[in-house]
Design a protein around this ligand. Sequence first.
Ligand code: DON
Length: 564
Amino acid sequence: MMKRSLSLVCFVMALVAYPGAHAQQQPNAYAISSAHELATQAGVTIFEQGGNAYDAAVAVSAALAVVEPASSGIGGGGFWMLQSHDDALSVMVDGREVAPAAAHRDMYLDDEGNVDRDLATNGGLAAGIPGAPAAWVHIAEKYGTLPLSVLLQPAIDLAANGFPADEKYVTLLAMREEVMNRWPETAEIFMPEGNVPSVGDIIVQADLANTLRTLAERGHDGFYTGEIAQRLVDGTRAAGGIWTMEDLANYSVKERDPITTEYRGYELISAAPPSSGGITIAQILNLIEPYELSELTRVERTHLLAEAMRRAYRDRALYLGDTDFVDVPMDVLLSKAYAAGMRTSLRLDQATPSSMLANDPDVRPEGNNTTHFSLIDDEGNMVSATLTVNLLYGAAYVPPGTGVLLNNEMDDFSAKPGAPNAFGLVGFEANAIEPYKRMLSSMSPTIVRSPQRVAVIGTPGGSRIITMVLLGLLDFIDGNGPQSWVSLPRFHHQYLPDEISIEPDSMSAAEIEALEALGHTVTERDRTWGNMHGVMWDLMSNELEAAHDPRWPSGGAVVVPVTD
Ligand code: DON
């Protein structure tokens, strides 16, 4: 009798907590974690006006575009995972940049057939056709409840009235000082008298405020046709680019089904192609699923994960690209059987050199920046969004009179088979440049759920995004909250270069030695990486938690109760 009533209690609890089964459960609070307090505040303002998670996502994205220009912007793109608690909505809004029509596979090769890195990353030719403004309009019109003009107002105010430069803004700008001074139209806005501003200086972006106003008034067409489009095209062409009015007019957002997989009772919902994130994370999870991670030492766990990362990143290099252009064998790559086959070469007592998995071109070290935010509203609607202009301050070029700092996303294509990009990533045919194709991304906005708990998680960090999200979600599955996920020490393997890179002081000498004895090369970097933002909903206690990465203190994480 005793046993019976206990199991009845358990059954009822599971029913109450299961997402979808009891869709009426609501957190009665909202939570936001973004890379900038002012962007988080923009989201709070929208929630206070009665907006939902999707409204807030537009406001946070647009505000980040103003206050964090190094990382994302109206001249860039991103992926927005929109997920309702009851599963009525589960979609990835793909606002990724596309190659202009005149792009071709060899466009960055010099006379000797080598990739011209400067051409691929700086100035007009480096920029893909932006997707961010189209995505903001799309999300607002299709899923929001407030007018676009209301959602963009916080960003317009921040651009028109300015915001104080913080430590991060100044540090990242200094890293691009030379390129930001190349074009007077960029320098005029970001480099007063050719100098990096000081902390506390007010950064005003008057042209950007006007462009945002036009977008607010005219919607999609306000950016992609008419006067602003003409200025973008003229400016880009004057700076070595190849954009046309038709390229802008042809841009459209795509809706994609997220990549989903089950891992030990948890459901992963993550980014679909043209991101490699969801597939690569799912492949790593499938590879490690039979192992009891909690029974492994830290060295064994690092080794196992590095071996799984190596294999999944190899597939990324070989097979992944824009599915509108190439056939990606998604069903195979995501199947448990494929993982089982791959696992047969994975040894716990020895590293497999990447050269044994395929040939081994040279690689270069990492690049930097992008942004992510996670949020959830009081009804349990969630947004996990990762946004980018690619490298710091994108292509460092602002077409005159637009305030639009252009991305340098073209470098995410494989400019030459096997030649590494800024993140050391290699690619082949699947990610070759083609007109209107979307370049392969690592951005991995993700949601992970069990009947008890939900995590909304993501981070910038180029090729390392995938492994950071993986480590974060495994920590969530281990029972920890967002403060722990975002603070974890990080390590990474991406097939090539054939090394485990680790954050400074994150492993003992003995652990490094033990990994080397297994056949790994361990490279301790001199800088940390990533800027993770996580939100968790505990369905059992009905509580929300939010945390931003301690590596960048300027982040803003809030949980605000909602009372009727
Ligand atoms: O889409 C991608 O994968 C890259 N453009 C992201 C760049 C990035 O995260 C830079 N941050 N460190």
